[in-house]
Design a protein around this ligand. Structure first.
Ligand code: SAM
Ligand code: SF4
Ligand code: SF4
Length: 348
């Protein structure tokens, strides 16, 4: 059956693809740079991402025109939401120009995940370019803990200034992401919940994941979503809330006194592969069907090799139709050691 929602591409099938587990393609994460001004210990540990680390060269990155073309074609395949990420997306020069190009694609919900370090300077321009909202990552309110995690001595206050700038610019609602690693920042769970509840931003706790193969992940370091909810609930009682839509990765919990909500992303302890409708494009234009993939599909070669829109759409549709990924459901200590792509490269 033709799908009326789709903006058809001449010569390509006007049907939204489903994968081998019956999942439609709905959202896309695009990594715009593999570089970052932080060295979070769980993502880009300094021992690996040191001064001699070879980041991608400029000519290897997808251009803004290439990214916008892909986004338009993905929208034609049923993608409704695009999230820009990285590395740190705001270190990519003139990102506002890309935002403007993507914001012009009809029906696309556009957002961005950032470490917040450059938001004070950039929030207003991002908003002017057409960005609607942002997610800001912040792992603690305690400077000593936060600096130990970002490993570049970046103070909490500057991220909070960035969050305020985003709110002032109207980039709302603002979501805050906190990755929890046992023994490192789990004492920050309750203070973070209290702080952001008072400010009306939605805090989402993310279980520490075995992405990439450089962060030395161990199951013992994971604080489960359940434990997080229990710890907060003991001081500020919580009750479950319904998901906003099918496939929402964060499980929602509401404060019983009506004081807002939190989210928990239980990617390790309660896999949500069943509802995973997401594809990822890396900085150099490789397409991945899973965050834990070990190999991608080269879209850049198609883009630069003169492929037509219809050919690219057909290729993406074929890749999605053949997809059977469900890594989180089958994770074991052995799979955690696989040579998976790095989070900073694929963008989370
Ligand atoms: N630099 C931006 C930032 O930090 O928000 C965007 C890219 S970052 C890779 C995207 C998200 O992935 C961040 O919220 C980050 O905390 C999260 N992340 C990185 N490594 C992770 C890990 N090992 N487990 C869980 N989340 C992780
Ligand atoms: Fe950079 Fe984000 Fe990874 Fe931290 S989580 S190192 S800010 S890309
Ligand atoms: Fe989706 Fe792969 Fe994560 Fe499962 S493990 S939710 S398939 S990205």
């Amino acid at each position: 059956m033709p799908d009326a929602r789709l903006a058809p591409v001449a010569g390509a099938p006007n049907v939204a693809p489903v994968d081998r587990l019956g999942r439609p393609l709905r959202d896309l994460r695009i990594s715009v740079t593999d570089r970052c001004n932080f060295r979070c210990v769980y993502c880009m540990p300094k021992e690996v991402f040191g001064s001699d680390y070879q980041f991608l060269e400029r000519k290897e990155l997808l251009t803004f025109e290439e990214i916008a073309r892909l986004a338009r074609l993905f929208a034609g395949l049923g993608v409704e939401k695009v999230r820009l990420t990285g590395g740190e997306p705001l270190v990519r020069r003139n990102l506002e120009q890309l935002i403007e190009m993507l914001a012009a694609i009809p029906g696309l919900d556009l957002t961005l995940t950032t470490n917040g370090s450059l938001l004070t300077r950039k929030a207003a321009a991002l908003k002017r370019a057409g960005l609607k909202r942002v997610t800001v990552s912040l792992d603690s309110l305690d400077d000593a803990v936060f600096m130990q995690m970002n490993d570049v001595d970046f103070p909490v206050s500057r991220v909070l200034d960035g969050i305020d700038a985003a709110a002032a610019a109207g980039l709302a609602p603002i979501k805050i992401n906190m990755v929890v690693k046992r023994g490192l920042n789990d004492a920050s769970i309750v203070p973070m919940a209290r702080f952001f509840r008072e400010r009306g931003h939605i805090l989402r706790f993310i279980e520490y994941m075995d992405v990439g193969h450089t962060n030395g992940w161990r199951m013992d370091d994971v604080v489960s979503a359940r434990e997080i909810v229990e710890r907060i609930g003991q001081v500020m009682p919580l009750e479950p809330a319904d998901p906003n839509y099918r496939g929402e990765v964060a499980e929602r919990w509401r404060y019983r006194d009506g004081g807002g909500e939190i989210g928990v992303i239980a990617s390790v302890t309660q896999a949500f592969c069943r509802d995973c409708t997401r594809m990822r494009v890396s900085t150099e234009g490789k397409l991945y069907t899973c965050l834990f993939a070990t190999a991608g599909h080269d879209l850049r070669a198609l883009l630069r090799g003169g492929a037509s829109d219809a050919e690219i759409v057909r290729e993406i549709g074929t890749i999605w139709s053949g997809r059977s990924d469900r890594y989180s459901e089958i994770r074991t200590a052995a799979t955690a050691k696989l040579q998976k792509i790095e989070m900073s490269y694929i963008g989370g």
